[in-house]
Design a protein. Structure first.
Length: 527
């Protein structure tokens, strides 16, 4: 069988302006894609998988990046590298779903205009002629009430809806190949399942081939027929999805197959309550009268109660918009709320802000945005000491910072560096160190592993478990990923639409869930 796509000896280099030898980002990559087949390309961030996919359609940042003379990409026997008709193939014969839809969609154009654009370009239709096709595509990709969404802008859609719009644009001209670059990154597990099912349905309906790119080997296994594993720009392993998953040969592939389920949670039997919440409610005004009085509220958190025991972890799980992060901010006193929060059985209002901050620390979801880019690591991690331990000498302060960095797996040489010089996993360790240095009793962890590679997720979870045992920490662990919660939590609270719909021990919730919503979350995680 002649392959639909044949990639041979693909090299991608970056020009260093003769200061250094050109950087070899992708080296000697070869693979084929047959009609109707799904090929998974998997690897950690920086492995070269997305760069490889972009290069197939000539989307490299020229002239900085370029192919070597020996590189070849043939689609139906036609060479694509240097092909003057590549614009006709892009979006016509080969569709591309980019990694971050909010960055890829034009914020100034409506959904209809953006989908219609590719139809008008490749099929020569007018905007009026394209509208029925746009509506059909929105229905096909699972957008509810598509006619009402034609005039919507990207910011008015959820993450899953934006991803469906991106897929609609990519399949608008019934391509032979669809390239999906990390189409489920940072989406809730239930939305991930929906996107995977949508791609499989479209493959069957349109008879197209699919290149599915992800850092999550478990996810690729669910959808791919064949898999290639990339590491540092090279293909280190390839084969059927079944063989790659069940019999990985390379140590790197074995590390990628690590799941949160491989991490065993050792329950702490302590019954000492360190944090409790009663009837926590957070509401935001939706509509006001002409005179400014509120007519309608959005209840982001609605009458939520729980207890957290010493040295244990409460996992709070739910989809985006369920209110779990808002609840975490309320517990820290970062936003106004109704209800009561108790620390050591005393209302938090009885504590001074300084004492409360020292005992209750939060690690935010995105360390890149929560770490000050103008401060080095020594300043970031040690900032809390200037408020809570001003009596320390400069030498004592530095020693404490170094010791805390070592606790989170970082060395002293990072002190003078800045956040942008670190990977996502390293930045998350720095954020944890910033909270840990004050020796808090409780840490609120808001999505600390979201959007990290699976191997880094495992490392962060293992780090948190070790720190908990060493310092007798209590955690409120917030996540949309029930697998991550499973690896760490003693008790679990499931949130939906601002309410706690289920609450109990981790074993009870995971093995005998009472609510259909909880069963859906668990089922999606096992997809």
């Amino acid at each position: 069988m002649t392959p639909l796509l044949k990639v041979s000896n693909l090299d991608i280099l970056f020009n260093n302006n003769q200061i250094k030898p050109d950087f070899h980002a992708v080296r000697h990559v070869s693979f084929t894609l047959n009609k109707g087949e799904i090929l998974g390309i998997v690897g950690e961030s920086g492995s070269g998988k997305s760069l490889t996919a972009l290069s197939l359609l000539g989307l490299l940042p020229y002239p900085k990046a370029y192919h070597s003379a020996s590189s070849s990409v043939r689609f139906k026997g036609e060479e694509l590298i240097g092909n003057p008709n590549l614009k006709e193939i892009r979006g016509g014969k080969i569709g591309f779903v980019f990694q971050e839809p909010m960055s890829s969609l034009n914020p100034l154009h409506t959904i209809e205009k953006q989908i219609a654009e590719t139809i008008m370009l490749h099929q020569g239709l007018t905007a009026g002629q394209a509208r029925p096709k746009v509506l059909r595509l929105l229905r096909q990709t699972g957008i509810k009430n598509p006619r009402s969404r034609l005039g919507s802008y990207p910011h008015e859609l959820s993450g899953g809806q934006r991803q469906r719009v991106m897929i609609a644009m990519a399949i608008a001209n019934r391509p032979d190949i669809l390239i999906a670059d990390e189409p489920t990154t940072a989406l809730d597990v239930t939305v991930q399942k929906q996107i995977i099912e949508l791609l499989l349905k479209l493959r069957a309906e349109l008879g197209m081939s699919l290149i599915f790119i992800s850092h999550d080997l478990q996810l690729v296994r669910r959808i791919a027929d064949r898999v290639i594993v990339m590491h540092r720009g090279t293909v280190i392993e390839s084969g059927s999805a079944k063989n790659i998953f069940e019999h990985p040969r390379h140590e790197y592939t074995k590390a990628l197959t690590c799941g949160h389920s491989d991490l065993i949670n050792i329950n702490n039997s302590s019954e000492e309550t360190v944090l409790s919440a009663r009837g926590i409610t957070v509401r935001f005004p939706l509509r006001k009268t002409f005179w400014g009085s509120v007519k309608e509220y959005l209840y982001a958190v609605n009458n939520v109660s729980f207890q957290l025991h010493s040295g244990q972890t409460l996992g709070i799980v739910g989809e985006s918009g369920s209110g779990k992060s808002t609840l975490g901010q309320a517990l820290c006193g970062l936003i106004p709320f109704a209800g009561k929060v108790f620390l050591d059985n005393k209302p938090i209002t009885d504590y001074s802000p300084k004492t409360l901050r020292r005992n209750l620390q939060i690690v935010f979801q995105d360390p890149y945005n929560s770490l000050n880019p103008r401060m080095n690591i020594e300043q970031i991690v040690g900032e809390g000491l200037s408020v809570h331990a001003p009596e320390l000498s400069a030498a004592e302060r530095r020693n404490k910072i170094i010791k805390t960095l070592r606790d989170v797996g970082l060395k002293a040489h990072v002190l003078s560096k800045y956040p942008h010089e670190f990977s996502g996993g390293q930045r998350q360790r720095i954020a944890i160190a910033r909270a840990l240095i004050l020796n808090p009793r409780i840490m609120i962890l808001d999505e600390p592993t979201s959007a990290l590679d699976i191997t880094i997720q495992c490392q962060i979870i293992e780090l948190l478990k070790n720190l908990q045992q060493k310092h007798n920490l209590s955690y409120v662990f917030i996540s949309h990923d029930i697998n991550a919660v499973r690896a760490l939590a003693d008790h679990i609270m499931v949130m939906k639409d601002g309410k706690a719909v289920e609450y109990g021990s981790a074993g009870q919730i995971l093995s005998r869930p009472e609510q259909e919503y909880t069963r859906q979350l668990i089922g999606a995680a096992r997809l």
